[in-house]
Design a protein around this ligand. Structure first.
Ligand SMILES: [Cu+2]
Length: 279
């Protein structure tokens, strides 16, 4: 179902690319479109027409895009009458074009066909930094109002997170799989017990990254300058779609390193990756 829809959307976009080139002069000034409610917590990335679906997309994030986990919110509007489109199938496929090759990155598209608070929500885990000529988002939309499919390409700048919130490692004991480890929480670390959350993905191909649900995760926070760790940490456990949640205890302010130990069915896989957090 989903695959066939993507193929239809892709071929619709291809056909439109050709037809648009033929009658370039016929492109009309778009009808003014009502903009979604601006919020102080959202950062507008831009807007793009989703040709074929008669829709215009307004794209937002909660902060600027960086390597690691990024929530992306898209408000969709009818490109002729400007009305808000609240139902449909919307998804994003991130692509990095490196010239000689292309690859994707892990993405979390919602299965919901109805918008929440006016936005279709997705999340992209960017695996590397890049410019808008390299990273782009393929937006696919099945507009349930007019039953049309459409696709658009939207370039985005992705900065390197510092300190890095994204790590990758190859695990020999799991068929040399490339594993992506992404830090989600704590977003606002403070002294004391903090929520801790990472997401694990396995690279299945250049275009497909699958959430890992069957690993065991242990965390080991240490303060390298003081040579001590902390008590009362809770190892993260799987919640859903590769997300593992636990607790981390920072007993004092300063630089902490949180080592991530991965194992599967009792076999150690990786214990070299760590995230740095300064409080
Ligand atoms: Cu649909």
């Amino acid at each position: 179902m989903k695959l066939s829809y993507k193929i239809i959307a892709l071929s619709a976009a291809t056909v439109l690319t050709f037809s648009c080139k033929k009658k370039e002069t016929k492109i009309e000034t778009p009808t003014p479109i009502e903009t979604p409610v601006e919020t102080t917590t959202m950062n507008k990335l831009g807007e793009v027409y989703i040709q074929g679906a008669n829709a215009k997309a307004f794209i937002y994030t909660t902060s600027t895009l960086q390597t690691g986990y990024n929530e992306i919110y898209v408000a969709l509007f009818d490109s002729t009458d400007g009305s808000s489109l609240s139902t449909g199938h919307f998804d994003i496929l991130p692509i990095m074009d490196m010239g000689t090759m292309q690859h994707s990155s892990p993405v979390e598209n919602t299965e919901d066909t109805v918008v929440t608070n006016g936005y279709f929500k997705t999340a992209v885990i960017f695996s590397m930094a890049g410019t808008a000529s390299q990273w782009f988002l393929n937006l696919n939309f099945h507009n349930h109002k007019n039953q049309k499919f459409g696709a658009a390409k939207f370039g985005v700048n992705v900065a390197a997170s510092s300190p890095s919130k994204f790590k990758s490692t190859v695990v020999a004991a799991d068929n040399n799989a490339s594993i992506f480890i992404t830090l989600l929480n704590p977003l606002k670390p403070e002294v004391g017990i903090n929520d801790f959350e990472i997401v694990l993905h396995k690279k299945n191909s250049m275009m497909e990254f699958l959430p890992i649900d069957d690993y065991t995760v242990e965390i080991e926070p240490t303060m390298p300058s003081m040579g001590h760790g902390s008590p009362n940490n809770v190892n993260p456990v799987i919640t859903e779609k590769g997300h593992y949640k636990g607790k981390v205890n920072f007993t004092m302010s300063g630089l902490w390193q949180i080592k991530i130990k991965l194992s599967k069915n009792g076999t150690a896989l990786s214990d070299t990756q760590y995230f740095e957090i300064t409080i």
